[in-house]
Design a protein around this ligand. Structure first.
Ligand code: ZN
Ligand code: ZN
Ligand code: ZN
Length: 376
């Protein structure tokens, strides 16, 4: 994999289609339009990622029946023009001293509810509210949680390549020395491996040894790894703009009978969660399937985490595989299946693959062994 799969190139037509779909979804949700600041939604909709998100307003304005407009500071317009989606939109640049909120207001009807990207600065939203006193706002992730959830074939190819790169990192990390080194040393190895296999950004490199494994969100610290430790490894980031996220639990030296039993249980739970993936099943069905196995093994109270989360141009996003989430699975959705058992003061086990929904089931985008790996 070191040679790397060439990144699928999205064309202006791809971005045009995404923006059109977003406008349709917004209208269906009763929104008068969408306002999208720099961040993952803007990248997904236009291919544009400004080098910095600043106090100068950059905002994509989408409204039914209107051509998409990107409001952009004049000094950044040349960069914005180079974005792959630029031919599908109109650039409206503004210079210091002008009021970008008034310019944005002129692009909208001035009434109704607008979807605004989650990470829009409060400064900008307050400016818009002043310029558009008749409007109200909804966070984009709450209003349109599934905007980016269904991936097209080119996106799935990039998701698969990111998964394969994370798998390649696992195949290397299982050969390094663990005993006698700090968690943070192994985490640094993982970071370097993910980059070596093509990641441009590393979001997390969890190395949770011994009792630290009982905290699902432990990152990596000064603890020196010892023979006899279980170690949860959970790592991922972005490769060619798409996310990876995988967990395997390894053991330093021979595991005890109980450690093996808990690991087997989590492996069976992960398999059951995976087998529950098919179009039309509800997100909560994936959680229930995995949880039933862990409950049956008597470790239910120690599965303290939802079973999974969506992934795409970010490493955590809707939909969530959690009790109460009735959203049906759709072909092209990508999410993690990551049950775990967390025994306070002792150890934890988590096994995580990214899975995509196919026409008749699920396909794993991670495929390193799910058997317990013994490391040195
Ligand atoms: Zn978590
Ligand atoms: Zn993870
Ligand atoms: Zn995850």
């Amino acid at each position: 994999m070191t040679g790397g799969t060439p990144a699928a190139r999205f064309t202006a037509d791809d971005y045009r289609a995404r923006m059109a779909r977003a406008v349709r979804s917004a209208a269906d949700a009763g929104l008068a339009g969408l306002l999208v600041a720099p961040g993952p939604d803007l990248v997904w909709l236009t291919g544009y990622a400004p080098s910095a998100d600043t106090e100068r307003l950059t905002l994509l304005v989408l409204a039914p029946g209107r051509r998409p407009v990107l409001v952009v500071p004049a000094l950044e317009a040349p960069d914005a023009e180079k974005a792959a989606g630029a031919p599908a939109l109109t650039l409206r640049d503004w210079t210091d001293g002008q009021d970008p909120y008034a310019a944005t207001a002129a692009l909208l009807d001035g009434s109704g509810r607008l979807g605004v990207s989650d990470n829009t600065w409060a400064l900008h939203l307050l400016g818009l509210q002043r310029a558009l006193p008749g409007t109200s706002y909804a966070a984009l992730t709450e209003a349109l949680p599934l905007l980016r959830a269904v991936k097209d074939p080119a996106e799935l190819e990039l998701m698969a390549a990111a998964g394969a790169a994370a798998d390649a990192a696992f195949e290397e990390i299982r050969t390094v020395r663990f005993a006698g080194r700090r968690e943070s040393d192994v985490a640094a190895d993982l970071d370097a491996l993910l980059r070596r296999f093509g990641h441009s950004r590393v979001d997390f490199t969890i190395v949770a040894s011994g009792p630290n494994g009982a905290n699902p969100h432990h990152e990596a610290g000064d603890r020196v790894i010892r023979v006899g430790d279980m170690i949860v490894l959970d790592f991922g980031g972005l490769k060619d703009g798409y996310g990876s996220d995988t967990s395997r639990t390894v053991h330093v030296g021979a595991p005890t009978e109980e450690e093996r039993r808990v690991h087997d249980l989590v492996r069976e739970a992960q398999e059951a969660g995976f087998r529950a993936v098919r179009p039309g099943a509800a997100c909560q069905d994936v959680d229930r399937a995995a949880r039933a196995v862990i409950d049956g093994g008597g470790y239910g109270p120690y599965f303290i985490h939802r079973t999974g989360h969506g992934i795409g141009v970010t490493t955590h996003e809707p939909p969530y595989m959690i009790e109460g989430e009735e959203q049906p699975l759709l072909p092209g959705m990508c999410f993690s299946v990551e049950p775990g058992v967390y025994l306070p003061g002792r150890f934890g086990v988590r096994i995580e693959d990214i899975v995509t929904v196919t026409e008749d089931g699920g396909r794993r985008l991670n495929d390193t062994t799910r058997e317990m790996v013994v490391v040195e």
